[in-house]
Design a protein around this ligand. Structure first.
Ligand code: 6PG
Length: 247
């Protein structure tokens, strides 16, 4: 049974997400001296980022290592760039050392090259030899699209079946923006210590129900495939997104 919590609105959802992230950061720093987190794009985490930015003392940023779980293969100057959104709302407001921020490169000749380089970055920062067991993030943040995708793992795509790579490229999904992507794979998501979904809005309610109560397949709704092997999984839902759940 997947753990979920229902919050009255998106402000409460963001406040709970910040609490989750800061608790995980404290534990990680106490246990291992640093905190590694993969941020997500989309609109769902925006309030969380703004809230973290407004109270920088919530976290010891000098020990934080910031990554992206996926990005659109567009220049950082583009409105569609996940990294730019994270930078604008969070990264430029908090005292995280620049050398501890790891965007997915989007200036390479191809998206495949960007994916391979990001895997190398992960390998170096986590001291995890490629292509061995994936790095273990302290927290991976995810949103979910109305089609059930998460990160840039889209329904029906071959990327869902990848088991031997940490980072892959992907053609656009069916939801906008229609641009190529680079994304971590299920092996990375499922190796994490904590995965936190933030999902709001009525439009996502039926997919939330199918995933949390209907046991839908990961090929249909990729977010179902996020089942950390040894880590914690928590879905934060607002009342609209949770409105079709049976209890
Ligand atoms: C992206 C994301 C993606 C996102 C979902 C939900 O690059 O688009 O990382 O997985 O989290 O599409 O997006 P919304 O929060 O905007 O609904």
């Amino acid at each position: 049974m997947t753990n979920y919590e229902v919050l009255p609105d998106t402000d409460a959802l963001a406040a709970r997400a910040v609490q989750f992230i800061s608790d995980a950061a404290r534990e990680a720093i106490a246990a291992r001296g640093r905190f590694t987190i993969a941020l997500t794009g989309g609109s769902s985490p925006k309030k969380t980022y703004a809230l973290l930015a407004s109270a920088p003392a919530t976290l010891d940023w000098s020990k934080a290592f910031m990554f992206l779980g996926d990005d659109r293969f567009v220049p950082y100057s583009s409105d569609s760039s996940n990294f730019e959104m994270c930078r604008e709302l969070l990264l430029r407001h908090v005292p995280v050392p620049k050398e501890q921020i790891f965007p997915i490169r989007t200036d390479t000749a191809t998206k495949e090259e960007a994916a391979a380089l990001y895997a190398e970055t992960l390998s170096e920062v986590f001291s995890a030899p490629l292509p061995g067991p994936p790095p273990v993030f302290d927290v991976i943040l995810l949103g979910m699209g109305e089609d059930g995708h998460c990160a840039s793992l889209f329904p029906g795509m071959p990327t869902l079946a990848v088991t031997d790579k940490w980072v892959v490229s992907s053609p656009p999904g069916t939801l906008p923006p229609p641009v190529d992507r680079v994304t971590v794979t299920f092996p990375v998501l499922n190796a994490a210590r904590n995965v936190l979904f933030q999902v709001d809005g009525e439009k996502k309610a039926s997919v939330v129900r199918d995933i949390l109560e209907g046991g839908s397949a990961a090929t249909v709704h990729p977010s179902s495939g996020v089942q950390p092997t040894n880590g914690k999984l928590l879905w934060l839902l607002d009342t609209a997104a949770a409105s079709l759940l049976s209890k």
